[in-house]
Design a protein around this ligand. Structure first.
Ligand code: NDP
Length: 331
């Protein structure tokens, strides 16, 4: 399969270029808004072509699919153009600036008959797959609550638009809350109904929030507590799922790497839960390619991207208004 990169980004450079190649696919061109940066990026990563023209990239001979990892406000127009050109699209989260835009992308892909997916990497982690399986198999009984610990320290090389550019989709809510929404939806198999939240700045955000705490109600009655931040150097990450018959503790698992620990606690005591240590992004790309070949669905499809964005948008609105906000999945 031949890929084009839309965006000369850090995430492509650190994870996705390797994941595409690990699946035996080729990257035949990269789009950058800056000709020199694009050419340097292509040379550094062994990509034959670079261009500043989206039309030229989409017209590249033999192109099958594109991976979109530009800043968030560009995802919507670039995805619509790629879909109109008949390309399969793996788009970064958040899919768009609003759920309505994201839903438009999903509808366009359905109408064009192309595969459209969201790169929510965490649901590809062996840890989260194991947690989801434990919950689905009933090992912890009825889920009472979930606590998500995702307050991290944004490394200096990522402290650009994320911390100071609302128009580019900056802020911790579109950056990390959207991932936590997807991970909770994936592990529990249900979508939040409504949310309350407080957000603010704690040393990094300039005009956008860098920290947020929220509480979500699930249809089953379970409660979810989520904490995301860019400013916590030593907090560590995790997810806990507490049920009537047991608790699951995932430590160090809200991450891009196949690391961490998962522990199950029941009346029988404590036990370490085994999990796969495959690369999260390579799995995401592999499942996407299988979907293109007509086998199964992407690990996070377009609808997942819309729903996880809808939760994040509701959290931001709840923090802004101080009100309980119902999650609007209709877009
Ligand atoms: P970057 O800031 O690295 O890249 C975004 C855009 O910024 C690029 O498309 C590029 O524009 C421009 N850019 C990159 N480097 C420079 C530079 N040195 N000087 C000027 N401009 C530059 O963002 P990320 O890679 O961190 O994030 C991109 C997208 O991926 C976002 O939507 C983000 O939410 C998502 N993401 C997802 C992750 C996941 O695990 N699923 C993890 C990290 C990010 P151009 O292309 O025009 O050259």
């Amino acid at each position: 399969m031949n890929w084009g990169l839309i965006g000369a980004s850090t995430i492509a450079s650190e994870h996705v270029i390797g994941a595409i190649r690990a699946n035996g696919h080729e990257i035949i061109s990269v789009l950058s808004s800056d000709a020199v940066r694009g050419a340097n990026y292509a040379a550094r990563h062994g990509i034959a072509r670079s261009t500043t023209s989206l039309d030229e990239l989409l017209g590249t001979q033999g192109l099958d699919a594109v991976y979109i990892s530009t800043t968030n406000e560009k995802h919507h127009p670039q995805a619509l153009a790629a879909i109109a050109a008949g390309k399969h699209v793996l788009c970064e989260k958040p899919l768009a600036m609003t759920p309505a835009e994201a839903a438009e992308m999903v509808r366009a892909a359905e109408a064009a008959g192309v595969v459209f997916a969201t790169n929510h990497h965490l649901r590809n982690a062996g840890t989260h797959l194991a947690i989801r399986e434990l919950i689905a198999s009933g090992r912890i009984g009825r889920v009472l609550s979930v606590r998500v610990f995702h307050a991290v320290h944004l490394p200096p090389h990522l402290q650009g638009w994320r911390i100071n550019d609302a128009a580019a989709g900056g802020g911790v809510i579109p950056d990390i809350t959207v991932h936590d929404a997807d991970t909770v939806r994936f592990c529990l198999g249900e979508d939040p109904v409504d949310v309350v939240a407080k957000a603010g700045t704690s040393g990094m955000g300039l005009g956008v929030e860098d920290s947020v705490m929220s509480v979500w109600s699930m249809p089953s009655g379970a409660m979810v507590q989520a904490h995301e931040s860019f400013t916590h150097r030593f907090a560590g990450s995790g997810i806990e799922v507490h049920g009537t018959e047991g608790s699951i503790f995932g430590r160090g698992v809200m991450t891009q790497k196949p690391v961490g620990e998962v522990e199950l606690v029941t009346v029988d005591g404590r036990s370490a839960v085994p999990f796969g240590t495959h690369d999260l992004y390579a799995r995401s790309l592999g499942v996407f390619a299988a979907a293109v070949a007509g086998e199964g669905r992407p690990s996070a499809d377009g609808v997942d991207g819309v729903k996880s964005l809808a939760v994040a948008v509701a959290v931001r609105e709840a923090a802004r208004t101080g009100q309980t906000v119902r999650v609007n999945y209709e877009g």
